[in-house]
Design a binder for this molecule. Sequence first.
Ligand SMILES: Nc1ncnc2c1ncn2[C@@H]1O[C@H](COP(=O)(O)OP(=O)(O)OP(=O)(O)O)[C@@H](O)[C@H]1O
Ligand SMILES: [Mg+2]
Length: 386
Amino acid sequence: MMPEDLNTTHLTAPAQPHVTKGDAPEQPWQALLDSAGEGIWGVDLEGRCTFVNRAALRMLGFDAQELIGQNMHAMIHHHHADGSVYPAEDCSVYNVFRRNRPVSNEVDHVFRKDGSYFWIELSAQPILHLDKVQGAVVTFRDVTQHRMAEQALRRSEKLAAVGQLASSIAHEINNPLEAVLNLVYLVRGADTLEDARHYANLAEIELVRVADITMQTLRFHRQQTAAAPVNLEDTITAILRLYASRFPARRIKVEQYLRASHEPYLLEGDIRQVLNNLIRNAYDAMPHGGTLTIRLHSATCLKTSIPGVRITIADTGTGFLPAMRGHLFEPFHTTKEVTGTGLGLWITKGIVDKHEGRIYMRSREGQGTVFTIWLPVQSAAAAVAA
Ligand SMILES: Nc1ncnc2c1ncn2[C@@H]1O[C@H](COP(=O)(O)OP(=O)(O)OP(=O)(O)O)[C@@H](O)[C@H]1O
Ligand SMILES: [Mg+2]
């Protein structure tokens, strides 16, 4: 939030309500308000509408006469989107004219005359006259479309993560299950009890692997809202276990240099997703084998001196193809037409940003790619959650 005195509108409060009406001469500033594309309304110290522009009336479905003089909160902001009552005192606009606290770019909803609601982004400033607050002016725009598009993206983001995880689990579970099937077959035909016991032991080992993968998956997917110290060595090792059979099958060698003295505060599920996305991309980029190198060490940010950890994930694969140039962290950019959704890196960047970290990429076509992530030991997200 900006300092209050820097963000204050010096408008003179109208002595009388002004209405957009054909039968009264319009004030010049009313014409100005009406020319704006954004919706604008003003309220007095009681929250009563003092002016409203044409764009606001169009979006809200009211006539000016129906709003002027009425309590705006009671007219258009009376309930939360979930149907519960929205007390005026909880409304951020109330804080503007009662406590001189401006609001900028807040997403909220308002009701139309017909009872339907839509999502808006609003800013509100106090109206001052001789340094005393007289009311507030609210500007808003309809962001419903934008919000719906964002929600659709979030849904596909989750679906993509689930799909990716499901295929890696199916793959990893399939191998030990095939082995168990073979061993059961051998138990049936075993000549001696000793042979049968031996095969049963082997089957048990394979089943423990299946259980282990399932456990990892459950941990992976458990929703977590609070950041907690994460041992990244353990996290990386657990993710690599999901690829235990696929890497050797493709002749991919894994080199790990994991030594961090810090355990950063992170949302572990999110960070697993980040690492899994990057490791999965590296795997996809090495269809004919290669080396995956994962490094983890403590690293202080050179610019800010904030302590943190650095993770690098390097592959000797295809490198980024020209089609991806300029679209690195944008959603839906993929070169894997059938198998990819193009959401992995976008999700990754979002999670790193949420942790106030940084992510960089270097790549050379035909030679490989290095992703570097830096995460602070403590982030504001972690502080809020802690
Ligand atoms: N390590 C890498 N080496 C080469 N190209 C890469 C690498 N990582 C990502 N890319 C390129 O970036 C594109 C986008 O990656 P991203 O992870 O966002 O989506 P995706 O892997 O295509 O699909 P998914 O949503 O399933 O992850 C990939 O299609 C690929 O072309
Ligand atoms: Mg990917």
